[in-house]
Ligand binder design. Structure first.
Ligand code: SF4
Length: 350
């Protein structure tokens, strides 16, 4: 499942020269708790001379992961509270998550499902659980969209994916099938003819939401993998997480969003980091995030603007946190900030 040649241990990281200043002993404790995986593509993107390399920060474990802040929780976005049958999360009326697999080609150090993914995680749904999940989708006619996530659904073999999609194709009320994946950037050669053929579902519209957080992830190979998906008729959107030390800088974020648009991937969500255990070193204050998002507005085209959102802890869904650009100054009167931070009255003074 994970690509051959992936690094999955602290010793492997050391052999590959990827530990930097990180202490080997402390990392053993991290590795005992959370899965590690870096594909050869990801290992190749890391600048070993830079201790603060933003790609390494996303994938190489850090002793800071052992510090659990009081507000952090094992299920930060409340999947469990909305799971009527194994593998299904039904949080919003018209769509469900279908978590067929809890394996990923890489393990992100800030992962919001880090307690569920990995070799010690929730595994892959067996045939009975898959049948129950399909029966749930079939019985709920309000379900318009099925989002395959997990885990990364594109670690499944084309044969398994074909089987899942054949079932979904037979459910009339499902019109949209969406995949959440990192595969095109972390293992672009996996996006081959067999995978693409498996992802095409007769009679359904297929969306692929690509998770990437730094412009260097959009390598030539990654862009070519996206082009293969899009040329085969899939629509691509992006998902990124706003991460301290990775992309908490308007210039980096602007470059990332432009790289998506150049790749024909429409920027979609910019997530505020979730309260997953041992991830406080990645989190910035919401006000800082709002300032960064406001700075993006003046820098890049509207086509490149993502929606900055927070998943409300406890399973209450997403809230747009955007930027603080408007405040009420009196009845029916507002002060609106432009992209330079200059305030203007609305309606303007007579
Ligand atoms: S790919 Fe997604 S599910 Fe997998 S470790 Fe990264 S954030 Fe978590």
């Amino acid at each position: 499942m994970n690509g051959i040649g992936s690094i999955k241990t602290v010793e492997g990281l050391e052999r590959a020269g990827l530990l930097g200043q990180r202490g080997r002993d402390a990392l053993a404790d991290v590795a005992a708790r959370y899965a590690i995986a870096l594909t050869p593509t990801v290992a190749g993107l890391i600048d070993r001379a830079d201790d603060a390399d933003p790609i390494a920060r996303q994938f190489v474990p850090d002793a800071a992961e052992l510090i659990v802040a009081p507000e952090e929780r094992a299920d930060p976005i409340g999947d469990e509270a909305h799971s009527p049958v194994q593998g299904i999360v039904h949080r919003y009326r018209d769509r469900v998550l279908l978590k067929a697999v809890h394996i990923c080609p890489v393990y992100c150090r800030f992962c919001f499902r880090r307690e569920m993914v990995g070799p010690q995680g929730l595994g892959t749904l067996d045939a009975n659980a898959m049948s129950a999940a399909f029966a749930y989708i079939r019985d709920h006619k309000e379900i318009w969209e099925v989002i395959l996530t997990g885990g990364d659904p594109l670690v499944l073999s084309p044969r398994r994916l074909e089987g899942i999609l054949r079932e979904l194709a037979s459910i009339d009320h499902v019109k949209i099938v969406r995949f959440h994946t990192r595969v095109p950037v972390v293992d672009p050669s996996k996006v081959d003819a067999a995978l693409i053929a498996a992802l095409r579902v007769s009679g359904k519209t297929v969306y692929v939401a690509l998770h990437a957080n730094h412009p260097r992830e959009l390598s030539d190979e990654a862009r070519a993998a996206c082009a293969r998906l899009i040329d085969a008729g899939m629509v691509m959107v992006s998902q990124s997480v706003l991460l301290k030390g990775v992309n908490d800088d308007p210039a980096i974020l602007a470059e990332l969003m432009k790289a998506f648009v150049e790749t024909r991937v429409k920027p979609y969500y910019l997530h505020h980091p979730d309260l997953a255990p041992g991830t406080s070193h990645f989190r910035l204050a919401i006000e800082e995030g709002q300032k960064i998002v406001a700075a993006l507005r003046g820098r890049i085209s509207g086509l490149c603007q993502p929606t900055y959102i927070l998943d409300i802890p406890g399973g209450h869904g997403k809230a747009v946190i955007g930027e603080q650009s408007i405040r009420e100054t009196g009845e029916g009167c507002y002060s609106v900030s432009d992209y330079r931070g200059v305030e203007h009255l609305y309606p303007p003074a007579a």
